[in-house]
Design a protein around this ligand. Structure first.
Ligand SMILES: [Zn+2]
Ligand SMILES: [Zn+2]
Length: 554
């Protein structure tokens, strides 16, 4: 009989930011750690989300025993609705993580078929030949775990995302003892989060935002609007506590914000004092001097609540002169333009806007800096070390850091997606690559886009293209002439002229119903026109032409 071996097959998150996924295999048994997504870069026009290529898992369908989740961030669970269609295997995760998974699967009508198994930090489960222990770690959301996976070859530790917060808001501490215990026992390989390897020192505790936030809320001349990620339950807890401390009440705006607050509150993981919540319908009339509002959309995602508030197009609330607006989130690279455009709108409204840590900490990272990463290497003292979660330079620097620490007795392996490692009794070996990469998905239909180009071509071939051309005066925000419409491969019928005339009316209506700020924000107005025209054409012709609005600045 051949000696057992263990394979680690990274399928996402190594060499890029997001869509984390890794398979562990021994014999005919595979478990998958995390199933994340990433948001597409701007070049991927018409793509909603990007997920890992799971060809390898499909080829080995019969071997996949389970997906094990470390926590509920999108870059760890976002690909589940897509992957479950292909591989309906049990999913293990903690209570809050599974609550977020449940919400996603429900949106896609997949919840009934899913087999979700709740786990708790400190416990372990047997999955085929793997024994998985869940180790409590601290991060920017709640209920996060690292995994210790017992395999025939030895123990694998996968940190998931973490920082070492010694004063966590919810009192659930980072379980350093378990890391040390495994280190003492002997660990075959450590896979550790590289996100913040470029930062020296320690990442501050989540509590570091309290002082500045409280100061701003206390000094605010009118209402306070704070935006953070809807999954940042620790941050939300502090805002609730600060509101209480300064004698204000609190409102929640944005679908994800409202949903996550509800979930965490139901689980008793978010403490909300009685009588402190302002009902959504009362937000506009409630005394602004007594108001704090938490709003989702910190990354200026198109049509998110905060983006809409910024252009005064939100049903429930507005930002008015002397209101305080606080962005309590990292500005994710790639989103800078959109975020600063959104903040500019806030400045135009004469709000007092705070968005960086220059005047005091408004945001702290959820990922470990160098000293914390070193501590983990020192506690675990693994035979082999593989940096994960990061772009190539970050993996590279994490490998260098491990070398410096000097506790790795075997190999430090710098690998990227699709490059498996086989562990045997003789060591760790790089093996032939397996298929891996990015798959683009249209989230509405969950249809896989093999190649964006192919989809666009197909789209053009079947339904054609419509280019509405709108001339707008940059200063007055007025439309200077009636919109023009160029079409190719669309409208072969005789009533084409009628249809186009009506489409012009649609554009005029959309434009008229937009407020002055939207009219001068080309990206907003283009998107509104695109959406309205798409709906109109689809209804009239049941075709979905590619619509590319062009705005001529005059
Ligand atoms: Zn995370
Ligand atoms: Zn992550």
């Amino acid at each position: 009989m051949s000696k057992p071996s263990l394979w680690a097959i990274p399928l996402g998150g190594l060499g890029e930011f997001g869509m984390n996924m890794m398979a562990l295999r021994t014999g005919d048994d595979i478990i998958v750690i995390d199933a994340g997504m990433m948001f597409p870069e701007a070049e991927l026009l018409g793509v909603d989300i990007v997920i890992p290529d799971i060809t390898y898992l499909k080829m080995n369908r019969a071997c996949v025993r389970a997906i094990v989740l470390t926590h509920g961030h999108e870059d760890h669970i976002g690909a589940l609705p897509y992957i479950l269609r292909e591989l309906n295997v049990p999913i293990y995760g903690t209570q809050f993580t599974l609550a977020l998974v449940r919400k996603r699967l429900e949106e896609h009508g997949l919840l009934d078929k899913a087999d979700l198994r709740e786990v708790h930090a400190g416990r372990h489960v047997e999955i085929g030949p793997f024994g998985v222990e869940f180790i409590s770690v601290t991060h920017s959301t709640i209920d996060c775990v690292a995994l210790a996976v017992r395999t025939p070859l030895g123990v694998i530790i996968h940190t998931g995302d973490f920082k070492i917060d010694q004063t966590p808001i919810d009192g659930r501490s980072f379980d350093l003892h378990s890391f040390a215990r495994y280190g003492h026992e002997g660990v075959l390989a450590l896979f550790s989060d590289s996100t913040n390897v470029e930062r020296p020192g320690y990442t501050p505790s989540e509590r570091a935002v309290w002082t500045r936030m409280e100061e701003l809320c206390r000094a605010a001349p009118r209402k306070v609007v704070i935006s953070c990620f809807a999954s940042s339950i620790h941050r939300i807890q502090q805002v609730v506590d600060i509101a209480e401390a300064v004698g204000r009440k609190i409102g929640f705006v944005g679908r994800s914000m409202v949903e996550n607050v509800e979930i965490a509150h139901t689980m008793k993981r978010l403490r909300i004092p009685d009588g402190i919540v302002i009902r959504p319908q009362d937000l506009r009339t409630f005394d602004p001097h007594k108001t704090v509002i938490l709003v989702s959309g910190s990354q200026a995602e198109p049509m998110s609540s905060l983006s809409r508030v910024a252009v005064d197009n939100h049903r429930l609330m507005s930002v008015d002169p002397d209101d305080t607006v606080i962005l309590s989130a990292r500005i994710i690279p790639g989103n800078e333009k959109a975020i600063f455009r959104m903040l500019d709108h806030m400045f135009r409204r004469r709000a007092l806007v705070y968005y960086d840590n220059n005047g005091g900490t408004l945001h702290v990272s959820g990922h470990a800096s160098q000293e914390e990463q070193k501590l983990i290497l020192n506690l675990v003292r693994p035979r082999h070390f593989i940096p994960v979660h990061g772009e190539y330079r970050q993996l590279f620097r994490h490998a260098a850091l491990a070398k410096q620490v000097g506790t790795v007795s075997g190999e430090i392996l710098l690998i990227e997606d699709g490059q498996p490692i086989e562990f045997t009794e003789n060591g760790a070996f790089r093996r032939e690559p397996v298929p891996a990469g990015r798959v683009c998905v249209d989230s509405g239909s969950l249809e896989e886009i093999e190649e964006v180009v192919i989809r666009d071509r197909q789209h053009l071939a079947e339904d054609g293209i419509v280019v509405p051309i709108i001339a707008i005066d940059k200063h007055t925000g007025r439309m200077e002439s009636r919109p023009e419409m160029v079409t190719r491969g669309f409208l072969p019928t005789e009533d084409a002229n009628e249809l186009l005339a009506a489409a012009r009316e649609v554009i005029l209506r959309t434009f008229e119903q937009s407020n002055p700020e939207e009219k001068t924000d080309w990206s907003v107005i283009k998107e509104k026109i695109r959406v309205d025209l798409k709906r109109y054409f689809n209804k009239q012709t049941s075709k979905r032409p590619l619509i590319l609005p062009v705005i001529l600045e005059v």
